[in-house]
Design a binder for this molecule. Structure first.
Ligand code: AMP
Ligand code: MN
Ligand code: MN
Ligand code: MN
Length: 299
């Protein structure tokens, strides 16, 4: 089994359609895939449908092969399971924190209401970000970001892409470094709900709340443990111990933290685009032995 429990499609800031993501997952040998777009569930139905279709094709291939007395191709006939997911934007003590919800009921009224609010917040936030960028000399950022978002959940990567296209910066990381990253003019996060509120939405939708990529927040160990304390108290049950390519020392530190808080361990690539080799779909180190994987709770 190969689990990738943190991925994005173009329904938020990823590059592939949900169906293309599913196709790539199968090629990469992923057997359990969670689509966890930012603040939206719009891609889930397409991913589920694509996974079903793939399984049907595989089943037919397999039947034909067995009629012919041939062996199955190991990679193409593996069924792919889709886990429903979302990555919610939240804040904790003035920092932007991401909470992944896994195995959620996508019809949950509480969750749907929350997503409606998050969507409105994203639209207003895009306007605020564009106003601030305008003051910093960047023109047309709102229309540009909207164009890149298409119909999906609009976010900073779409502003970043616009800035690259218009020649304001050379690369997306540069756009974050100068304008959009933590503490820069375009870093607007005060609008997000508190961590504990988002955790409660996920729990009420029957899902498992997972603290996403804990090493990306630049927290001291003391602060990380305070965050984990608050997160656990709110009903959070898991944390990502492995997020894409990361140093072994980071993995061990996070595995220890998971143990200290009796949290389940999750893993995922945080895949956005085939171009990002450090966030390649289904490609990262396994969870350490000491961890209890989050999928032991999947029903
Ligand atoms: P937002 O959801 O609008 O707050 O944007 C956050 C997203 O921006 C993350 O999920 C990443 O996909 C992307 N991102 C954050 N920091 C960087 C960075 N330094 N370079 C490139 N992309 C980034
Ligand atoms: Mn993203
Ligand atoms: Mn994230
Ligand atoms: Mn993500």
């Amino acid at each position: 089994m190969l689990y990738d429990l943190h991925t994005h499609s173009y329904c938020s800031d990823g590059q592939l359609s949900p169906a293309e993501l599913v196709a790539l997952a199968r090629r990469q040998g992923v057997t359990v895939l969670a689509l966890t777009d930012h603040d939206t569930l719009d891609g889930i139905a397409e991913a589920q449908q694509a996974a079903l279709e793939s399984v049907d094709v595989a089943a037919i291939d397999s039947a034909i092969n067995s009629l012919r007395g041939e062996e199955d191709n190991a990679n193409s006939d593996k069924p792919l399971t889709i886990i429903t997911g979302i990555e919610l934007s939240t804040q904790w003590r003035g920092r932007g924190i991401h909470i992944v919800g896994l195995n959620i009921d996508i019809d949950s009224p509480v969750l749907q209401a929350a997503i409606h609010t998050q969507t409105q917040t994203r639209i207003q936030r895009a306007e605020t970000i564009a106003q601030r960028l305008e003051k910093a000399g960047i023109k047309g950022a709102l229309a540009g970001a909207k164009r890149h978002a298409g119909g999906g959940a609009i976010g900073r990567p779409h502003s970043a892409q616009y800035m690259v296209d218009s020649g304001y910066v050379g690369t997306i990381p540069q756009a974050f470094k100068r304008y959009l990253g933590a503490g820069k003019v375009g870093d607007v996060k005060q609008c997000w709900p508190d961590v504990d509120e988002a955790v409660k939405w996920i729990v009420q939708a029957g899902g498992i709340a997972v603290l996403a990529h804990p090493d990306k927040y630049d927290l001291t160990r003391t602060k990380l443990y305070e965050l984990l304390g608050d997160f656990s108290e709110a009903g959070g049950q898991a944390m990502e111990v492995v997020s894409g390519h990361q140093d072994k020392s980071v993995t061990l530190k996070l595995a220890r933290a998971a143990e200290d808080f009796s949290l389940l361990a999750s893993c995922g690539s945080d895949f956005h685009s085939p171009k990002n080799t450090w966030q390649a779909l289904g490609r990262y180190s396994p969870l350490p032995e000491s961890c209890t994987p989050v999928w032991t709770q999947f029903t």
